[in-house]
Design a protein around this ligand. Sequence first.
Ligand code: AMP
Length: 281
Amino acid sequence: MRLILLGPPGAGKGTQAQRLVEKHGIVQLSTGDMLRAAVAAGTPVGLKAKEIMARGELVPDEVVIAIIADRIDQADAKRGFVLDGFPRTVPQARALDDLLAERGLKLDAVIELKVDEGILLKRIETRVNEMTARGQAVRADDNAEALKKRLDAYRAQTAPLVDYYAGTGQLKTVDGMAVIDSVTEAIDGLLAPWAGSSARRPRAPRRAQRARAPKAKTGRSRAAKGRAKKASGKTRKSAGKGRKAARPAARKGARTGAKRGRSNGRGGTRKTRAKRLTRAR
Ligand code: AMP
């Protein structure tokens, strides 16, 4: 499953992304977290991004696109991912389309967390208080001034992605003003068809292969032989019961060359053996 969580700072993308990770066994790809790690490690990307981030502005597209291109190729992202904070501009969205197309991958959904801007400052204040209480370092951009800039950047550069993904038919919107659990429920509801189909998709071919295996490879007669062996101590009725599930596949198998070939190899069908016996008499 490959998802994007879209929404302004403080909309709850990080919290919901973590829940999606737990539920679907996918990875959370947060460009903000990756950039903060780069800043903390003092890498060239971190040095470039540090001041921009502290001001609440967006890091250049090519920097975050390169980070994401590298990250989605890593082994843990193969099972799927939820993008949190990326894309943030239309050029980033286009670059993501290209990155996925080059790899033969597709997005399952883009989920917009819709919130009133008025609540965002309050939420960020709450986050700062919680982090301080836990003794965690507060983000350099979690202050009123930087938040204003981040909201401006969201309105000007990120909000157009709502139309972009509405245009591709991938956009789903949930009420991000609801309590956290209700938002999670709404997202789960939206993803139910995807979760169901992606869970069924890998199983279906395996089941089909198993059903086809006797006729295509081992031939029905071997399967029949095994069943006959098993059924030898049983009554006809109970043996018949056991055959029931395999019957449709076995019948189809009876029409394949595999069955005819094997029968001839062992001295012909019942009909031809009967003919030979009649002639011998
Ligand atoms: P976040 O943790 O998602 O709120 O991101 C924190 C900061 O990292 C943002 O305010 C930007 O400065 C930078 N950033 C994160 N993701 C992106 C992105 N996709 N494009 C540009 N800048 C980003």
